[in-house]
Every structure is written in C-alpha cells, then in structure tokens.
Design a protein around this ligand. Structure first.
Ligand code: MN
Length: 181
C-alpha cells in the first residue's frame, strides 16, 4: 500500500508542472521563427518573421498560427515537400516559462491571451527574462507584437538571431539538418 502511494503521481503536483516554450526556426517558403507557449496542454503558436529580439525597442510582428500538440516541441528535422510547412525545422531555443505575477489576481496565461495581452518570463538558453505578446487587430486582421520587456535580461547589443543560429537541441545548423535527413 505504501509502495503504491509512492509510485502514483500526485495530480496536484502534475498540474503545477512548469510549462515550456519553444522557438523553432523554420526554413519554409519564407524563413520564420515559430514561437510556441505551452498553455493548457497545447502549444499556442505564432510565426515571427524576424524572430524575437532582446532589445525592448523592437516590436516583432507575430502572426497567430494553429495550436500544435505538446510533443511537437521536440521536433527538429525536415518536413517533406507537399506537406504543410514543408522545409527544415531547427529548435532554436526552449526552456521553461512562467507567468509574471504582478499581484495576487494575475490571470492565467490562457486568460491573458484571451484578453490580448500576456506577459511571461522565459528561461531559455538564448532568451531570458520578460516578454510581452500584445494583440492588435481582430478577425482576419489579427496579429500580435512580441516585445522584450525592459528588465535586467534586456540587452540591445545582443542579437542572438544572427549570432546564435544553431540548434539548442543538437548544435546543428539548418543546412546540417537538411542534409542529414
Ligand atoms: Mn512554421
């Protein structure tokens, strides 16, 4: 009986598991960065053409895309011709994220996204600190802006998109992934 209790995963602890984010560099018809946040069991997703910045003055366009299943966060490889998103995918950054709690009533990430403004703290290998996603426009014109918050992780001199292009999962370049298919 004691043994059985030890093996079971307490549901409360499981529910409190830290959510993850992943940024997949995607060399499809247009090169872009798929920014994904784990929210309520799926990966909420945006395509960011220029990729994220570490400079709070940059507002990066983020186009909403379809939710992806959680296990897609581990995908790195080649999507064959003729399939949706055909091209090479590289895991550019990933790690845990958390809500930025400004008071006791901080809404959940799902609620913040529903309201069109979400703030979160990333703990990746390349990106860290606060970021905000803000919705502008609605319906067919829905788009979002991804902006670095002005905190001690902000750094206008860094440009990891160009200086750190390789995969955090495998160390490979897009070219190497495409060739190793
Ligand atoms: Mn994509």
């Amino acid at each position: 009986m004691k043994c059985k209790q030890k093996r079971s995963i307490p549901t409360k602890l499981n529910a409190m598991k830290t959510p993850i984010f992943v940024i997949q560099k995607h060399d499809a018809s247009n090169l872009h960065y798929d920014f994904r946040l784990e929210v309520e069991g799926v990966l909420k997703s945006w395509a960011v053409p220029k990729g994220p910045s570490t400079d709070p003055r940059d507002k990066r366009l983020a186009m909403p895309t379809d939710d992806h299943p959680l296990d897609y966060a581990d995908f790195e490889g080649v999507i064959p011709e003729g399939e949706y998103g055909a091209g090479t995918v590289l895991i550019w950054d990933r790690g845990p994220y958390r809500l930025i709690e400004e008071d006791d009533d901080t809404p959940s990430m799902a609620e913040q996204l529903k309201r069109g403004h979400a703030k979160f703290w990333l703990e990746g290998k390349k990106l860290a600190g606060g970021y905000a996603l803000t919705r502008t426009g609605s319906g067919d014109d829905e788009r979002w802006l991804l902006v670095k918050m002005d905190d001690d992780k902000a750094d206008a001199r860094r440009n990891p998109i160009s200086t750190e292009p390789e995969s955090v999962a495998s160390g490979r370049s897009l070219k190497a992934i495409a060739e190793e298919r």
